[in-house]
Design a protein around this ligand. Structure first.
Ligand code: ATP
Ligand code: MG
Ligand code: MG
Length: 372
């Protein structure tokens, strides 16, 4: 059968490889470490640097199509891979999502609403932010994930203090949005232009890390449709072939802003593994392999909890006893604090998701109330 190459050996690669195997494909993972969650589920593993031309060539020669679960691959490397087989999603989409300035600029040009922002290339520009807006969030333009590389600035004095700090420039400054909710939509599109999006989820973070998702988000059908239409228009405008996660804020007036995009499976789409006949990983594989994309029908409502660090793993024995709790573990050896070790999808009948999030609705997985 055909071989799908996946760059990146994390849990997203692991679950993509499992979906590919189900459809009869072979998978070849490229990872920079042999201790990769995806190593256990792929047919073949190449361990090497993502920017080493020899490694990339060895990898690409075995693949019929290449995709990625990891976004920090060099564009030069992708160009090299394109000489051997199609890379999906395209280098141009990855280029957009790799850098927050490029991403916001492109989204703005395409007419999508984003939070007001300023580029902060160096220390000299930092001072000019007094005329921007407080509170604001400074983010590294590249390589940030799980809220790493972010600095919250509430007032002028805090900004002044940062001027004497070594910050990882270049940065981008964003107005801190007083959002009513965080939502996200996963959208898949194949080369024929067939497109499917999943129902929006409501996402809750703590310490910058996604903790729980509610699927469906408890929003009006109108807003849900608006969010899906926005994600689908973006997928079309970008010429997506593959899967795209679109993170959004719903502001106090019910307007949607795009926070960031990720051209790959996304943590907020993990609920689909147990809530839909065809999940985000299979949709990803189908889209890059040129297979049809079926409707994203939901057969259950889902409360997805991430299992993070040692506390998350401590919940596993209890979860394994629970009915309608679908446990997914990533096979990571070391449960370091803040590390995503797995997730659990708790299934509910339609309309029966636990109401507004409270301390008790999250017990025993969450020891503290959820704050944004
Ligand atoms: P990810 O793991 O999703 O890739 P990341 O490190 O790229 O995370 P963001 O998604 O930009 O970071 O931000 C992480 C979280 O911080 C957001 O989900 C949101 O809760 C909060 N946040 C980010 N930007 C803003 C903003 N402009 N206003 C309010 N909250 C924000
Ligand atoms: Mg991000
Ligand atoms: Mg994010």
């Amino acid at each position: 059968g055909a071989t799908i190459g996946i760059i990146g050996g994390g849990q997203l690669g692991r679950m993509s490889a499992m979906a590919a195997a189900r459809l009869g494909f072979r998978t070849h993972i490229l990872s920079d470490t042999p201790q990769a969650p995806a190593a256990q589920t792929a047919n073949e593993l190449t361990v090497g640097a993502y920017d080493d031309p020899t490694v990339l060539e060895e990898f690409a020669r075995t693949c019929d199509v290449i995709t990625f679960e990891f976004e920090n691959i060099s564009l030069q490397g992708l160009k090299q891979l394109e000489a051997f087989c199609p890379v999906r999603p395209s280098r141009h989409i990855l280029e957009t999502s790799q850098d927050r300035v490029t991403e916001k600029t492109r989204l703005g040009k395409l007419g999508f609403p984003v939070a007001p922002w300023r580029s902060v290339p160096d220390r000299a520009t930092l001072a000019s932010l007094v005329e921007f807006s407080f509170p604001l969030i400074l983010k590294t333009t590249r390589f940030g994930y799980d809220g790493k590389g972010q600095f919250r600035v509430n007032a002028t004095e805090e900004l002044a203090a940062l001027e004497n700090t070594d910050l990882p420039y270049p940065l981008v400054a964003e107005k801190k949005i007083d959002f009513a909710r965080e939502l996200s939509v996963m959208v898949a599109r194949n080369e024929k232009g067939e497109m499917r999006s999943f129902t929006p989820t409501e996402n809750h973070h703590r310490d910058g890390i996604l903790r729980v998702c509610l699927a469906p988000a408890p929003i009006s059908p109108q807003l849900a449709r608006k969010a899906q239409e926005m994600a689908e228009k973006l997928a079309r405008d970008l010429g997506l072939i593959g899967l795209l996660g679109v993170e959004m804020f719903e502001d106090a007036r019910g307007n949607l802003l795009i926070n960031e995009i990720a051209p790959r499976p996304h943590n907020s789409g993990h609920w689909t593994m147990d809530g839909c006949p065809v999940d985000q990983f299979e949709m990803h594989i189908r889209a890059v392999a040129g297979l049809p994309l079926p409707e994203t029908r939901r057969h259950s409502d889902v409360f997805m909890h991430n299992l993070i660090g040692p506390e998350g793993m401590a919940c596993v024995p209890e979860l394994l006893e629970e009915n309608a709790a679908c446990v997914h573990l990533y096979g990571k050896q070391e449960a370091r604090p803040g590390r995503k070790m797995g997730h659990v999808n708790r299934l509910y009948p339609f309309g029966a998701l636990p109401g507004p999030l409270t301390l008790s609705s999250l017990s025993p997985l969450e020891a503290e109330p959820i704050q944004n």
